[in-house]
Design a protein around this ligand. Sequence first.
Ligand SMILES: NC(=O)c1ccc[n+]([C@@H]2O[C@H](COP(=O)([O-])OP(=O)(O)OC[C@H]3O[C@@H](n4cnc5c(N)ncnc54)[C@H](OP(=O)(O)O)[C@@H]3O)[C@@H](O)[C@H]2O)c1
Length: 258
Amino acid sequence: MTIDGPILVTGGTGTLGSVVVRRLRDAGRPVRVLSRRPRPADVAPDLDWATGDLTTGSGLDFALDGVAAVIHAASDPRTGGADVEAAERLLAAARAGRPHLVYVSIVGVDRVPLGYYRQKLAVERLVERSEAPWTIQRITQFHPLIRTSMRAAARLPVVPVPSGTSFQPIDVPEAAAHLIRIADGPALGRAPDLGGPQVRDTVDLARAYLRSRGMRRPVVPVRLPGAVWRGYREGGHLAPDHLGGGRTWEEFLTGEKP
Ligand SMILES: NC(=O)c1ccc[n+]([C@@H]2O[C@H](COP(=O)([O-])OP(=O)(O)OC[C@H]3O[C@@H](n4cnc5c(N)ncnc54)[C@H](OP(=O)(O)O)[C@@H]3O)[C@@H](O)[C@H]2O)c1
């Protein structure tokens, strides 16, 4: 099924959103990007671009005008609470047209007590109360996020990783394709979690990263204190019952430039 009308992608310039936008365009689908930035000179002239800011509300009425669905992938983890205000503004602007709102959340926002996850959970609660049709899609960590952590740790002569933890990284194109399928379908409410194809011990992920970069360094598991890391050790952020498709960690590492 394909919905009739454009899909607005908030965060359409970000890691996930830019891939959603590219896939929609490759399929010849109408898509609109919401970004705080003015339209860059190098984007395709036929790409529908809405400059707006979810924190102030500027440009949102124009961005939402006539859209059939919204994939809400904008987020700013650095600004405590801003995602909640942003969601309030987005939901208010969506009231008139009632597009299907697909909110991109994270597996375990209710189980790992990280500040950013609390914000995301609060946004989920707002979305659940929305009058427009909605779907909340929780997803496990994207490959580039794990790679960024590994890259930073691998700068040290001995590579520290959190002990007793695993991750289930997912390929961004896989997540993007799934979100488009969701946006095209009926509102699901809280959708089943979406996870990467493998649950992997962090030591194992680090070793694979080092191998892919031709680096030989010892990996040292370190027990990290606090409730957040306890939540990760308990696997609150994993979806082992929802092993998905897409590239594995090794396939991702091989397929990109170091
Ligand atoms: N990274 C992960 O591993 C992961 C895993 C599961 C779920 N998620 C969720 O997936 C979503 C996308 O993550 P990502 O890693 O792709 O994010 P990202 O690369 O950091 O991109 C964030 C986007 O948000 C936009 N944005 C930020 N503040 C905004 C504002 N006030 N108004 C309008 N746009 C704003 C930015 O656009 P401009 O700068 O162009 O304005 C940017 O495109 C997030 O909700 C995240 O929580 C992430």
